[in-house]
Design a protein around this ligand. Sequence first.
Ligand code: SAM
Length: 286
Amino acid sequence: MQIDIISVFPEYFDVTGLSLLGKAQEKGLVTIKAHNLRDWTHDVHHSVDSTPVGGGAGMVMKPEVWAECLDDLLGLDPANLTMPSDGEATAQPDAEADAGQSNRNTVEAGQEHVNPSVEDGPVLIFPNPSAPLFTQADATALSHADRLVFGCGRYEGYDARIPTYYRSQGIDVREYSIGDYVLNGGEVAVSVMLEAITRLLPGFMGNPESIVQESYTGDEPLLEYRQYTRPTTWRGLGVPEILTSGDHGKVDRFRRDEAIRRTSRIRPDLVARMDCSSLDKQDRRL
Ligand code: SAM
């Protein structure tokens, strides 16, 4: 997988050389390159932002500099590009823009992700706090892409026409929020998505089993049961006795019960989305 990241602070991504992600790059599973957006500016101040149309506080990232950078990285020749008609180029109302998010259906903005699958070609991803939430299902789908290009917003964000324009050029463009809070820039959000995606690449984990039974994973996106290690008594606290019984069937049942109970209590929204036909008799009792 090839990953390009565009940022005004590319140094943020120096840490991708560490730990398991560093090893994955050494093994050739993934290449990560961080680019400085200012390298595509032409003015003496290398400016990437301007005041918001319509007024208001802060600055907005300019589309021209993003387009030069993206055309370059995506290998698009601006001379051969189809120019969207005025109507298409104008920023769309939210509902229309959400519908334009490739391969994605939103039941309610930011909630249900029905089909996040990836087709051939690069996927262009912009972190955005006002976009649908990034989930494990998105990470799984994106781990099958050959190429990801991430664009980190700053200031009040990027000009809304940038994703609209690249969608109109046939690029799979996605915008994701990593949670209901606002960060200073997209760098941390990209780091989160990058890690969630790359750890799913075949060969990334020493033991591939460790990503099979995890929270949010699989057809039943439950929270994981609680985990313990030795000693079995620590500072007066024991572990559930059944886990030391050696009876794997009972241990599996105990863990599944716990996963269902915890998910119902902590994340009832996940249970509400579960396909109940996958529940067995014992599950239904809970
Ligand atoms: N004015 C924007 C708003 O209120 O929605 C916030 C812009 S934020 C200060 C600047 C950039 O940080 C965004 O363009 C985005 O790239 C990134 N960002 C901030 N919070 C984020 C979140 N929760 N998820 C994803 N990206 C986020």
